[in-house]
Design a protein around this ligand. Structure first.
Ligand code: G4P
Length: 533
C-alpha cells in the first residue's frame, strides 16, 4: 500500500455541471460554507458583482465582469479533503470547461426542478459519460414550483441514457414543499422555511409517526405513501458498483438557496463516490496509490499577468505526493524540472503550497514549456498519460489579418493560441494559411482571440461568421485521406483539415450530419478528436 494512503484515501475530486442558472454557484457556496472555507454566502467568485473584484487576470475579464477560465477550490469536510472543479457556463463556456472534466473523478449534475435536462447539461454529461465516471444528480429549487418528480427522472433516463436511483423523494414543492423522504433510513426530513435566502430548519420524523398528517398534511401524506410504493416497485435497485461506473445516478431533491438537503447530499455523495481514480498511460494503468509522483496538465491559462507574459499550467496529480522541493520529469519536454510557484486555490484565494497528493489540482508557473495533456512524473519514469480529447467546436469564423503585411505575426499568434487549446484552427485542403477557419466551443473565445492578437502580436483581425455548428472528425477503413470529389456532400457541408492534418467535416445542422453519414458509409465519424485515432 501507498506511503500516502491516508492522505490519498480522503481525497474527493469532482466537477459540478449544470446549465446556467440551475444553481451551481449557490450549491458550491453551500458546500464551502459547510467546509468552513468561506464565512458567508456571496464570496464565491461566480456571483455577479464580486466577479470582477476577485479576478483581474485578464483585461477582458475586467471589462466583462466574468471569469474566462474555470477554477478549482479545495476545502475540508468531516475528514475529507475535497477538490471542486468549477465549470464556467454562460458565454464563457469553452473547451476549458470540457477539459476540466478530465481532471475530475466524479460529477455532480445540478438540475433545475422546473426545467429538467437543458442543453448545456446534456453536453457536459456526454463528456462525463465518455469516461464512465460516477454522476450524482441534485434536483434543485424544490422551494419553487417544480415538474412532476417521476417525469423528471424519466427525462433524465431517456435524454441522458443513464439509470437513476432516487436516494430521497420530495414531499410537495413550491409553497407546499415539506421536505424529503429518505429512502435509506425511511425517515422524513421536514423542512421549515425561514424565508428568503436564510437556511431552512430541518427536523427528522419517522414515516410511521402518528403526527405526520398534522405535519405535512393529509393529502401530501397520502400522495407520499402512494409514491413510495411506486418507487419501491418500479425504480432500479441501488447498486454501488453501478454508481461507481457511471451506470446509475443517485438522485437527490433539495433547495440550495434555502440550504435544504445540501448537507445530506454532501454526506451521501462523499460516501458513495470514489477516492482518486487511476488513469491510463498506454498499456499502463497508473494508480493513485503508486508511491511515485505523476500528473498531467489539463489546462493552461495564459497571460494572467501581462507584464510578465506568464502562464499557469493546471496539473491534476494522478499518483503519489507532489513535493515542491523535488525535481520532476517532464516527459514531452524530455527534461527534469523543478515546478515553480506551485499554488492551490482556496475559494477566492490563491496560496503557495509545499506538498499535494493524488487527487489534488495545483497550478504551476509555465515558462512556455507545457502543452495540454503533458505528463509529469518522477525522474526515471517515462510513461505518457493518454491524450486529452479534442472537443468539437460549435462556432466557426473565417479569420485573416486586416494588414496582409503581417502574415507572419498572424500565423505565429494563431498557432500559439491554438497550441494553448483556446481555439482550434482549420484550413481547407490545397489552400495556404493566409486565411484560417477558427472553431471555438464558446463564442467568447472569438473576443479573447481578437484581443490577444491585437495586444500580444499587434495584429488586427478580419473575421467573418460561417454557418456551421457541428463538426465530426472523419476516418476511413483503410486509413487513407479522402478526396472531396469522392464524397457525397450537401451544400451546407465543408471538408477541412486541422493543423495536425486530420480530416473533418463541418455541418450546418444536426440533420446534415445524419444525411452525410448515410450517404458516405466508408467514413467513420468521431465526435471527439485525438483519442480514437
Ligand atoms: P448557476 O451558478 O448555475 O448559474 O446558478 P446560481 O447559483 O447563480 O443560481 C441562479 C439563480 O437561481 C440565482 O438567482 C439563485 O439565487 C437562484 N437559486 C439557486 N438555487 C435556488 C433554490 O434552491 N431555490 C430558489 N428559489 N432559487 C435558487 P438570481 O436572482 O439570478 O441571482 P441572485 O441575485 O440570487 O444572485
Amino acid at each position: 500500500m501507498s506511503l500516502y494512503e491516508k492522505e490519498i484515501n480522503r481525497r474527493r475530486t469532482f466537477a459540478i455541471i449544470s446549465h446556467p442558472d440551475a444553481g451551481k454557484t449557490t450549491l458550491t457556496e453551500k458546500f464551502l460554507l459547510y467546509g468552513g472555507a468561506i464565512a458567508q454566502a456571496g464570496q464565491v467568485k461566480g456571483k455577479k458583482n464580486t466577479r470582477a473584484a476577485t479576478s483581474d487576470w485578464m483585461e477582458i475579464e475586467k471589462q466583462r465582469g466574468i471569469s474566462v477560465t474555470s477554477s478549482v477550490m479545495q476545502f475540508q469536510y468531516e475528514g475529507f479533503c475535497i477538490n471542486i472543479l468549477d465549470t464556467p457556463g454562460h458565454q464563457d463556456f469553452s473547451e476549458d470547461t470540457y477539459r476540466t472534466l478530465m481532471a475530475a473523478d466524479s460529477a455532480v449534475m445540478v438540475i433545475d426542478a422546473a426545467k429538467g435536462v437543458e442543453a448545456q447539461t446534456r453536453k457536459l454529461f456526454k463528456v462525463c459519460a465518455m469516461r464512465d465516471i460516477p454522476i450524482f444528480t441534485f434536483i434543485n429549487k424544490m422551494d419553487r414550483e417544480a415538474r412532476d418528480s417521476f417525469e423528471l427522472l424519466e427525462e433524465l433516463e431517456k435524454e441522458l441514457g443513464i439509470e437513476t436511483y432516487p436516494v430521497n423523494w420530495p414531499i410537495g414543492c413550491g409553497k407546499e414543499f415539506q421536505g424529503v423522504y429518505d429512502r435509506g433510513s425511511k425517515k422524513i426530513i421536514h423542512f421549515t422555511s425561514n424565508g428568503g435566502a436564510k437556511a431552512a430548519t430541518a427536523t427528522e420524523v419517522e414515516l410511521g409517526d402518528p403526527n405526520l398528517d398534522g405535519l405535512i398534511g393529509e393529502r401530501l401524506h397520502r400522495q407520499l405513501t402512494d409514491e413510495i410504493e411506486l418507487l419501491d416497485g418500479a425504480a432500479a435497485e441501488f447498486d454501488l458498483d453501478r454508481v461507481r461506473h457511471g451506470k446509475l445516478s443517485p438522485v437527490f431533491f433539495g433547495s440550495a438557496l434555502t440550504n435544504f438537503g445540501v448537507e445530506p447530499f454532501l454526506e451521501h455523495f462523499l460516501r458513495m463516490t470514489t477516492p482518486p481514480l487511476p488513469r491510463k498511460a498506454g498499456d499502463l494503468v497508473i494508480d493513485s496509490m503508486d508511491d511515485d509522483f505523476s500528473g498531467f496538465v489539463f489546462k493552461i491559462q495564459a497571460n494572467m499577468n501581462k507584464a510578465h507574459r506568464d502562464r499557469i499550467a493546471f496539473l491534476r496529480i494522478v499518483s503519489g505526493r507532489f513535493d515542491a522541493d523535488k525535481e520532476v520529469y517532464h516527459v514531452q519536454g524530455g527534461k527534469k524540472i523543478r515546478l515553480s510557484r506551485p499554488q492551490q486555490l482556496m475559494a477566492a484565494e490563491r496560496e503557495i503550497i509545499e506538498e499535494a497528493y493524488a487527487g489534488d489540482i495545483i497550478g504551476v508557473f509555465d515558462p512556455g514549456i507545457f502543452s495540454i495533456g503533458d505528463t509529469l512524473c518522477a525522474p526515471g519514469k517515462k510513461f505518457r498519460f493518454d491524450p486529452i480529447p479534442t472537443f468539437a467546436p460549435e462556432h466557426f469564423k473565417r479569420v485573416r489579418s486586416l494588414d496582409t503585411m503581417k502574415r507572419k505575426q498572424f500565423l505565429k499568434g494563431m498557432e500559439q493560441i491554438a497550441q494553448e487549446g483556446a481555439i482550434q484552427i482549420f484550413k481547407t485542403p490545397y489552400t495556404g494559411m493566409e486565411e484560417v477557419i477558427v472553431g471555438v466551443v464558446g463564442t467568447l473565445q472569438f473576443d479573447v482571440l481578437e484581443y490577444r492578437l491585437k495586444n500580444e502580436y499587434n495584429v488586427e483581425l478580419y473575421m467573418e461568421g460561417l454557418p456551421y455548428e457541428y463538426l465530426r472528425w472523419i476516418t476511413t477503413d483503410d486509413g487513407e485521406p479522402v478526396k472531396e470529389e469522392d464524397l457525397i456532400l450537401g451544400t451546407d457541408v465543408k471538408l477541412v483539415e486541422d493543423y495536425k492534418g486530420n480530416q473533418l467535416l463541418l455541418f450546418g445542422s444536426q440533420w446534415a450530419v445524419g444525411w452525410t453519414q448515410e450517404r458516405n458509409l466508408n467514413l467513420t465519424f468521431h465526435e471527439f478528436g485525438g483519442t480514437q485515432f
